[in-house]
Design a protein. Structure first.
Length: 260
């Protein structure tokens, strides 16, 4: 009985010794792996904040970029490894310090006017959306890429008996999109009107303010014009001048953005 107990204890001690050896080996292996160097690659990163529109040449010569070791597992597939590829280009968006440079962050200057959404907004303009039902938007004949004149029905000036008057408040507005259908690009099929009531226009910031204010009153109409239309001053027509031999014209607003 005692011999059997001794054998059991001996076996347990042997197993414990084996387990201890295995534990030591596992810890050693783990420490060895932890101490092993992590493979890295040298990539170009932003040394400082790079504002939108910064030229690549300027970024290269003014210390806005630097080389940095980055773990290989964190290296983007499209990371820039030759900083010279950004020469002659401009930053499409601002880059934060430490941000890895990847393809597409610096683009040709002519492409920098395209927003992140892909909508091509002319330099100096903003994109603004208004709602127009077909009866106020040439029965839905307008398509993205067209130009339109925008007319509003305004109340008469204080003290005037001329009645409400209509006035073109902006001319040659470019229709960037209708709904989410954008203007066609060169070489592609012309865009069609998708039937949406949402019209996105490219206009100057001041014109955008006027158009949004007018649209909030629900009295905006648009007229379809030729792409080569030349904006001209158009006098306002008052209610009492609609059917008059010599119509009287209500005074136009002091500031009317007829054209750029």
């Amino acid at each position: 009985m005692q011999n059997r107990r001794a054998m059991t204890v001996g076996a347990a001690l042997a197993l414990g010794a084996v387990a201890a050896v295995i534990a030591v080996l596992l810890v050693h292996n783990a420490q060895t792996k932890a101490a092993a160097p992590v493979p890295s690659v040298k990539l170009v990163v932003a040394a400082k904040t790079i504002p939108v529109g910064t030229s690549g040449d300027s970024a290269l010569t003014t210390g806005l970029l630097k080389w940095q070791d980055v773990p290989k597992t964190l290296s983007p597939a499209n990371a820039i490894t030759d900083p010279n590829v950004i020469k002659g280009k401009v930053a499409l968006a601002a880059l934060a310090p430490g941000q890895i440079l990847v393809a597409g962050q610096f683009v040709q200057p002519q492409a920098s006017t395209v927003s992140v959404s892909g909508v091509d907004i002319p330099q100096g303009d903003v994109a603004v959306t208004i709602s127009l039902d077909p009866s106020r938007a040439v029965a839905g004949l307008v398509v993205p890429g067209d130009h339109i004149d925008i007319m509003d029905i305004l109340p008469p000036p204080k003290g005037s008996d001329a009645g409400p008057y209509a006035h073109f408040i902006y001319q040659n507005a470019l229709v960037l999109a209708i709904g989410t259908t954008r203007a066609a690009t060169a070489g592609s099929q012309p865009a069609a009107n998708p039937g949406s009531s949402l019209y996105t226009l490219a206009v100057t910031p001041e014109a955008a303010e006027r158009i949004v204010l007018a649209a909030s009153g629900g009295s905006v109409y648009v007229a379809l014009v030729r792409a080569d239309n030349t904006p001209t001053p158009i006098p306002a027509v008052a209610t009492n001048g609609i059917d008059a031999a010599s119509p009287s014209f209500a005074p136009a607003p002091a500031l009317t953005p007829n054209a750029k």
